[in-house]
Every structure is written in C-alpha cells, then in structure tokens.
Design a protein around this ligand. Structure first.
Ligand SMILES: *[C@@H]1O[C@H](CO)[C@@H](O)[C@H](O)[C@H]1NC(C)=O
Ligand SMILES: *[C@@H]1O[C@H](CO)[C@@H](O)[C@H](O)[C@H]1NC(C)=O
Ligand SMILES: *[C@@H]1O[C@H](CO)[C@@H](O)[C@H](O)[C@H]1NC(C)=O
Ligand SMILES: *[C@@H]1O[C@H](CO)[C@@H](O)[C@H](O)[C@H]1NC(C)=O
Ligand SMILES: CC(=O)N[C@H]1CO[C@H](CO)[C@@H](O)[C@@H]1O
Length: 366
C-alpha cells in the first residue's frame, strides 16, 4: 500500500542514507507528492550523481540565510533540513522556505511567533518531537495560508491544535494523546484527503468529520471508540478502525459510502448480533478485515469482494451461502483471499461445492 510505505519511510528520514532510498520509493509510488510540480528532493539526486553526497551542506548559504543548526541546500533553496539535531526550540525560518523538516528533535513548543515570516510553507514536518497542546500558540499556524502537509505524529498532543490552515491536504497526528475531535478542529478543510488519527485516546468524535468532503483515507485505529463515529465523510476509499472497542455496526453502515474499497475493523468486540443483516453485501468493497473479533458466523459478503479476513474469531460453521446464493457459469465469488484460521472449523467443514463458488480463491486458510 503506497500510503503505508510513505509513512514508514518518512519516519526513517533521520538518516541521510535512508533518505536517498526513500526518495526513489516516494518518487515512483507517489507522483502526486511533488507539490507545485517541483520535486523538493531534487537537490539530493544532483548531489548524489555528483558523487559528494555527504559533503558540506552547512557552509553554503548561497540560496539565502540559513540558521546554523539547519541545512539549506543551495541547489534547492526552498527546503530547510533541521531534522534529527537535538533541537529543543523552533529555529528561525527564512520566508523563502516551502519545505521544512523538523522531525526527530525534542522541540517542546511552537509559540505564536514561530511562523510569522514563514508564510510560504507548503510542507511542515514536525513528527517525533515533544510538543504538548499547552505549548502551541493559538495563532501559531494561523498565517500558513499555503500549507498542505502537516506531520505532527509522535508528539504529546492532547488535542488537535487550533486554527490549522484550511488548505491542508494531508494531516498526520497519530501517536499522540488526543481524546476528543470536534468539528471546529477541521472546519473548512475542503481539500483534506488524508487524516491519520490512529493511536490516540479518542473516545468520541461526534459528527466532527462529516464536512470533510475530499477525505479519502481515514485511520482512527488504536483509539478508545466503542461505536463507529456517525457521519463519516462519504467519499472515503479507505477506512481503518482496528484495535478499538467497537461491538456493533450501525444499520446501513456501508451504504452511506459511495467509494469505499478497504475497510479494517480487526481487533474489536464485534459479535454476530451487532452486525445488521447484509451489512457487507455491498458492491465496490475490495478488502474486508474482521479478524480478531467474536463472530460465530461468516457474514454474507458481496460476490465482488476480493479479500476477506476472518481469522481468530469463533466461527463454527462454513456457510457457502455467505459467498454465493446462486452458483453457475457466471455467478461466482471473486474472492481471492479467505482467512479462517484460528476459528472452530477445520478443512473437513468446507463442502466440496465450495470449489465452484470460490473458484478464484488462491488462498483459503483454515
Ligand atoms: C521575521 O522577520 C523580521 C524582519 O526580517 C525579523 O526581524 C524577525 O526576527 C523575524 N521573526 C522570526 C520569528 O523569524
Ligand atoms: C512526552 O511523552 C513522553 C512519553 O509519554 C514522556 O517521556 C515525555 O516526558 C513527554 N514530554 C513532555 C514535554 O511532556
Ligand atoms: C482547495 O483546492 C482548490 C484547487 O487547488 C483551491 O482553489 C481551493 O482554494 C482549496 N480550498 C482550500 C480550503 O484551501
Ligand atoms: C447480496 O445482495 C444481492 C442483491 O443486491 C443478492 O442477490 C445476493 O444474494 C446477496 N448475497 C448474499 C451473499 O447474501
Ligand atoms: C444472484 C446473481 O448474481 N444472479 C445472476 C446470475 O447470472 C445472471 C446472468 O448470467 C444474472 O442475470 C443474475 O442476476
């Protein structure tokens, strides 16, 4: 999955060598990541081909002023690299900078004045720092009228910072200590497509995300949700909710989405009773992960589903009707992967007619 790779690689960015590998991965997998049609890593390719990659970035400030503690590559003067340098406070940011890398430091505060001159920022990477919500100025982000990517994951935040730019397309704030998400936090973010909120302490989100009309990927796994948030944005392609305490799904849950392809609800408390009939019999779904729950039956799924994960439940019976209600030349399940291991059935429980219905399955694990 491209987005996973991206996340992993960005977090490894601390090491320069890693960064080079990442760039090649990023550049082939994520062509859209080249903001404004320019590649913010362009200077690295050049340096590398010149054969003195580990040269002295520090000294050359031909591109304009640069704080001592950061690197501003002269061949790409709109980027500033201050990552992994043990910083505890924000550096001064020259106004030309569009791409700012501050990750892997120990920065504790973002005062209101931090970005006053940095109004051209497009990417702001602040993941893996020591930020607390109390130490972020109410107006700190207010002037960043061009910001698209904001990475705040792995900090000590207890809420989404106020007054974030409405221009954001990608907001990552996973691995913090956020308990509540309100509509005001994300109000007007009409272009937000990716929101990572996983591994926080969210118990309730109300209908806070409803207005995010461009959101395609939402990760709220690893929180403290006991039910599916109501009013999730209807254009989601990927919805990840694993490792919460959800025991039931609302009626017609999936019919409100028009483009949902991947849904993961593994490691929750789902029971048969909590799943209304035909919940998963919706076309368009590609992958459904219901592993590590408390299901005793295989829920009926659409014949177009490709991957179904049901391992580690309490399923006692192999019901072929969950996959095919009619079987003939043109009516069969498109399922390729079916995992049923860690349940209360064995291979003998799978009827031989299954071969016709599940003719495309290359992996059936029991
Ligand atoms: C912003 O720019 C002004 C004028 O160049 C300068 O005096 C001030 O120190 C800058 N502030 C920050 C936080 O960079
Ligand atoms: C942030 O959280 C970590 C781990 O919980 C803790 O060790 C650290 O002291 C916290 N830092 C601040 C500034 O609160
Ligand atoms: C969303 O993107 C469009 C097209 O790039 C732009 O015109 C619009 O102003 C953006 N909306 C916000 C809230 O930034
Ligand atoms: C799914 O719904 C369709 C009608 O929309 C129906 O024909 C089919 O039998 C259902 N599949 C299962 C497995 O219940
Ligand atoms: C239940 C089902 O999908 N039935 C289909 C079987 O295939 C014929 C065409 O061959 C369709 O018309 C049915 O809808």
């Amino acid at each position: 999955m491209p987005h996973c790779l991206c996340q992993i690689t960005v977090e490894l960015c601390g090491s320069v060598t890693m960064r080079v590998i990442i760039i090649f991965l990023l550049s082939c997998l994520l062509p859209h990541s080249l903001a404004n049609g320019r590649d913010p890593f362009a200077w690295l390719y050049n340096r590398r081909s010149e054969g003195h990659f580990l040269g002295s970035l520090q000294a050359d400030t031909a591109g304009g002023p640069c704080p001592d503690e950061c690197d501003c590559p002269p061949t790409y003067p709109v980027a500033m690299y201050c990552d992994g340098r043990g910083l505890t406070a924000m550096p001064t940011i020259p106004s030309r900078i569009k791409y700012l890398y501050l990750q892997n430091n120990a920065i504790t505060a973002v005062p209101d004045s931090a970005f006053v001159n940095a109004t051209n920022l497009v990417w702001l990477m602040m993941h893996h720092n020591q930020l607390t919500s109390e130490a972020i100025g109410k107006e700190a982000f207010l002037k960043l009228g061009l910001l698209q990517r904001l990475y705040l994951q792995h900090n000590n935040l207890t809420s989404i910072p106020p007054n974030l730019p409405r221009t954001l397309t990608d907001l990552r704030i996973n691995h913090n200590n956020i308990e509540k998400v309100t509509a005001v936090d994300v109000e007007g973010m009409d272009n937000l497509t990716v929101l990572y909120l996983h591994d926080n302490a969210v118990t309730d989100m109300g209908t806070s995300l409803k207005a995010l009309k461009s959101l395609t990927l939402l990760d709220i796994s690893g929180n403290k949700l006991t039910k599916v948030p109501t009013g999730l944005p209807e254009h989601l392609h990927q919805l990840y909710m694993e490792s919460n305490s959800i025991d039931s799904l609302p009626e017609g849950f999936l019919s409100s989405f028009t483009q949902l392809q991947y849904i993961r609800i593994a490691h929750n408390q789902l029971t048969d009773k909590g799943i209304p009939p035909n919940t998963f019999n919706v076309s368009g779904l590609v992958e459904l992960d219901l592993s590590f729950n408390k299901l005793e039956r295989i829920p009926p799924v659409s014949a177009t589903l490709r991957h179904l994960y049901l391992q580690a439940n309490q399923i006692k019976e192999f019901t072929l009707g969950s996959f095919c209600t009619v079987v003939d030349v043109s009516n069969f399940s498109k399922l390729q992967t079916l995992r049923l291991d860690g349940n209360e059935i064995s291979r003998q429980d799978i009827p031989s007619e299954s071969a016709v219905c599940l003719r495309q399955a290359s992996t059936i694990e029991v």
